[in-house]
Design a binder for this molecule. Structure first.
Ligand SMILES: NC(=O)c1ccc[n+]([C@@H]2O[C@H](COP(=O)([O-])OP(=O)(O)OC[C@H]3O[C@@H](n4cnc5c(N)ncnc54)[C@H](OP(=O)(O)O)[C@@H]3O)[C@@H](O)[C@H]2O)c1
Length: 292
């Protein structure tokens, strides 16, 4: 990867709100490229780069955290009230900073059910689930904030430490079959790399407010699980039909099976020229393999 420091200069300071799975990978990469990255968590961490932010208890970062900040990435989902946790508590603070760029990790859930058809940024969002309606409202809040916002819509995120292998190892795997059902996915490294690619090439690329980051090959969950069992050399247990399995699923687990869509990455990968590190689950899962 090109040195970010050479294209947007190393005196850039990133605040990453929500240092969970994706936020943490992003923070590490951006530091390797010479930038400063401070990250938020809801509880105090033994890490000099970490600060506490919790919108539910109204714990807001100290003033000095914001000194010299140029870039912000929010990886925090909507609050229980449906509002964006960062904007609810710090909107005017952010509006008074001389920010170059603000990124927001959203979800492809805002597109709703496309019955297996491809969906792109050109399609009008049609959220079906309540949580996706809240997400769309948060996207609107960010756009209305007039901050220099770029929104990334993500499908299921996986990567080392959070993949089907962990589910198999922890005996949390559910092997369910549902005819014609597909899911889109993205490896966590591609989220980080795609965003950094867009930042590095900002001056030469057209700016798009909303971009999907997804891999090339939506496919069934069963195909992915079978591939994991093949990689670890174990026999996959017999799948259960969704109609049978659903009575034992939590409402949230059931809700994932209600929607069926293929998320297009053409804007990112064709128009904007980003090359995926992991173009499909096969190459991505090889990177996540663990001892079972
Ligand atoms: N996981 C997926 O498959 C998926 C798919 C599409 C989109 N997304 C969305 O993409 C974003 C990143 O996903 P992820 O899976 O990397 O996230 P994650 O690991 O669940 O991390 C979420 C982060 O948000 C923080 N957070 C949650 N509620 C908060 C609040 N009220 N105030 C302050 N901080 C709060 C958490 O703090 P703590 O560190 O203290 O827990 C955590 O750092 C999220 O918005 C997620 O909903 C996820």
């Amino acid at each position: 990867m090109k040195n970010l420091a050479s294209s947007i200069s190393s005196n850039k300071k990133f605040l990453i709100f929500g240092c969970g799975f994706s936020g943490n990978v992003f923070a590490q990469k951006i530091r390797q490229l010479g930038c400063t990255a401070l990250t938020s968590s809801r509880s105090k961490k033994n890490d000099p780069h970490s600060f506490v932010f919790n919108s539910e208890t109204n714990i807001i970062p100290d003033e000095d955290i914001f000194d010299g900040v140029t870039h912000i990435l929010s990886c925090i989902p909507p609050g229980k009230d449906g509002k964006d946790p960062v904007l609810k508590t710090m909107k005017s603070k952010l509006q008074n900073l001389p920010l170059d760029w603000v990124g927001y990790l959203s979800t492809t859930g805002v597109y709703g059910n496309t019955f297996g058809n491809w969906v792109s940024e050109k399609n009008y969002p049609n959220p079906f689930q309540e949580r996706s309606q809240k997400r769309l409202n948060c996207e609107k809040e960010w756009i209305d904030s007039k901050l220099p916002i770029q929104i990334f819509r993500l499908p299921g995120i996986y990567g080392p430490g959070r993949s089907t292998f962990e589910a198999i190892k922890n005996k949390k795997i559910r092997i369910i079959s549902k005819k014609n059902q597909v899911f889109s996915r993205i490896h966590v490294d591609d989220i980080t790399n795609a965003i950094i690619y867009l930042l590095q090439n900002r001056n030469s690329l057209n700016f798009y407010r909303i971009i999907n980051i997804a891999d090339d090959e939506p496919c069934s969950q069963l195909e992915v699980i079978q591939y994991c069992y093949d990689l670890i050399g174990l026999e996959m247990p017999k799948p259960i039909l969704f109609e049978e399995a659903k009575k034992d699923l939590s409402p949230i687990a059931q809700s994932f099976w209600i929607e069926n869509r293929r998320v297009s990455n053409k804007l990112l990968c064709e128009k904007l020229g980003y090359k995926l590190i992991y173009k499909n689950y096969k190459v991505g899962l090889k990177n996540c393999l663990i001892d079972i």
